[in-house]
Design a protein around this ligand. Structure first.
Ligand SMILES: [Zn+2]
Ligand SMILES: [Zn+2]
Length: 134
């Protein structure tokens, strides 16, 4: 089975994901833009029981989305990079930030959320706009 490691910038916060992600998506919402410092967020959701938390003591940031659901972001207190988050409505899933894998061969996203807030220059191949985070 494929095992992929995700890490923050400094490497103190790390986890490993077994098998393929259930869903890979991008989110163009303004909060994801702020959180990532990029034009959009990209994340891969795994079943919680396929994720091993290897190292680190993450700090957390809670955010309540437009839909009223709460997300808790886990980030490194040393370098600040977010490595994963969980959503209260989806307790059996862990969303791992795609960039934390630092793997250009990682499978591509297929779903796109908050397209109305997308930067005009962004274009992603073979992607389907969807309304909900999940
Ligand atoms: Zn770090
Ligand atoms: Zn977002």
């Amino acid at each position: 089975m494929t095992v992929r490691q995700a890490s923050c910038s400094c490497g103190r916060l790390r986890l490993a994901c077994s098998g393929e992600p259930l869903r890979i998506s991008v989110c163009h919402c303004l909060e994801c833009q702020r959180r990532t410092g990029s034009a959009f967020g990209a994340q891969a959701r795994f079943p919680k029981n396929k994720v091993d938390f290897i190292a680190g003591d993450p700090r957390t940031f809670d955010r309540v989305g437009d839909s009223g659901g709460k997300a808790t972001f886990r980030f490194c207190g040393d370098c600040g990079a977010t490595v994963w988050y969980t959503i209260d409505d989806q307790p059996d899933l862990v969303a791992v930030t795609l960039g934390a894998f630092a793997d250009p061969a990682f499978p591509p996203p297929r779903f796109s959320v908050y397209e109305e807030r997308k930067h005009a220059w962004v274009g992603i191949k073979e992607i389907e706009p969807v309304d909900r985070i999940w």
